[in-house]
Design a protein around this ligand. Structure first.
Ligand code: 5CU
Length: 383
């Protein structure tokens, strides 16, 4: 089988056993509530605000590598780049976060290095490590963590939330972190956890629909926009940032963002490029569930070239080459989240994302294979 036709999942999570032990030992959220029902374990996960009373069922698919492998085999996934799931270490004091980050990075390295081989040169698993990104952590501790991850053979990047060390990702205190990540060539997977102010959701009980469908992507949208506005991509042009959930609403709002910047005396002259240019420097997972959305994101990525040299907001609408945009998009599943409500062989969330890739108008075989796996193999230097 040609390498380009591999199916690679770059958005797939794990709660490593050591992290689960911590969650089990806690009495406040985030936590795992342990109990038994009819003599069997009946653990419940509480990580988000307003989890259903008693929490959501959580089982081995959240921590057991064999379960992840079974899931991969069932869906034809060759290789997964696994990341710890939210809320990572965000809730811990600095010293605890520092120790646990180091241990979890070693745990994840072992998870990957002990995994079956896909080929002579590839394993089934690679990973994103964790930094102890919490308030009051020292820059030295963060740099030490990046150094650790860069030396672990199977860790190819880091996953991070949007809070940084307490002030968000546009905090200048993070500049040494961006510099070190850029230098180490580690991919930064930006993932939400907090959503937006829950008052926006009103009083109706809509389960987790609003925070997950809208809150998560808006959180990513805001965090990435703040990175752009802070000039992070101007200062660290080789930083490789991968956005969860196809960048949320950022592709849709990027022209409005550019216009607001242009009309704002505080920021108008701050950036080296039109805001839309930066979208062409980012990577987007393809966890959008629809071909039209994927095609649109690809268009917006491809369009960024128009703004290469300062650009014009009035460029003729001659259409863009969405095959170019596809090169920065990568398949993901969000496993073990979004399991089917009733027992089925394949998970609808996975099938839908694969079908969406297959149905994007204007993408040929090469683009589809790229998004399914070839782009990930290149991004993570696995070819
Ligand atoms: O369903 C959920 O709560 C989640 C979550 O917490 N994190 C994630 O990546 N996807 C779904």
């Amino acid at each position: 089988m040609a390498l380009a036709s591999r199916l690679v999942d770059i958005h797939t999570h794990v709660y490593l056993p050591r992290y689960c032990s911590l969650l089990r030992s806690r009495t406040s959220v985030p936590r795992i509530l342990t109990s038994t029902r009819d003599g069997k374990p009946d653990d419940r996960l509480l990580i988000l605000d307003h989890e259903p009373s008693g929490g959501r069922p959580v089982g081995p698919q959240y921590w057991d590598r064999d379960e992840k492998l079974k899931f991969m085999d069932r869906h034809g996934i060759d290789l997964s780049v696994v990341s710890s799931a939210n809320p990572w270490l965000d809730f811990l004091p600095a010293s605890e976060a520092r120790t646990l980050a180091s241990q979890l990075n070693e745990d994840l390295e072992k998870y990957c290095s002990d995994s079956p081989e896909l080929s002579l040169s590839l394993k089934r698993f690679y990973g994103f490590g964790l930094l102890p990104l919490v308030p009051e952590i020292s820059t030295d501790a963060l740099l030490e963590s990046i150094d650790q991850i860069s030396k672990l053979k199977y860790l190819k990047g880091i996953i991070m939330g949007t809070r940084g060390i307490g002030k968000g990702l546009d905090d200048e205190a993070l500049d040494p972190v961006w510099a070190a990540l850029e230098k180490a060539g580690l991919v930064v997977f930006l993932h939400p956890h907090y959503g937006v102010d829950e008052k926006a959701w009103g009083d109706k009980n809509n389960g987790h629909v609003l925070p997950l469908a809208l809150g998560f992507p808006f959180e990513t949208t805001i965090a990435t926009t703040r990175l752009i506005l802070a000039g992070v991509f101007d200062r660290f042009p080789s930083l490789r940032l991968l956005l969860a959930h196809s960048g949320g609403a950022l592709p849709q709002l990027s022209s409005r963002l550019a216009s607001c910047i242009e009309h704002d005396p505080v920021v108008a002259s701050r950036l080296k490029h039109d805001a839309r240019w930066y979208l062409g420097k980012l990577y987007f997972d393809a966890v959008a569930y629809g071909p039209e959305e994927l095609g649109f994101v690809a268009d917006v990525i491809a369009r960024s070239e128009r703004f290469e040299t300062g650009g014009s907001t009035h460029a003729p609408a001659t259409g863009v080459d969405r095959t170019l945009g596809s090169r920065r998009m990568l398949f993901g599943t969000d496993h073990p989240f979004f399991p089917p409500l009733t027992s089925t062989e394949k998970w609808k969330s996975v099938v839908e994302n694969l079908e969406a890739i297959d149905a994007v108008a204007g993408w040929g075989q090469a683009e589809k294979e790229g998004v399914r796996g070839g782009n990930a193999l290149s991004l993570f230097n696995l070819v």
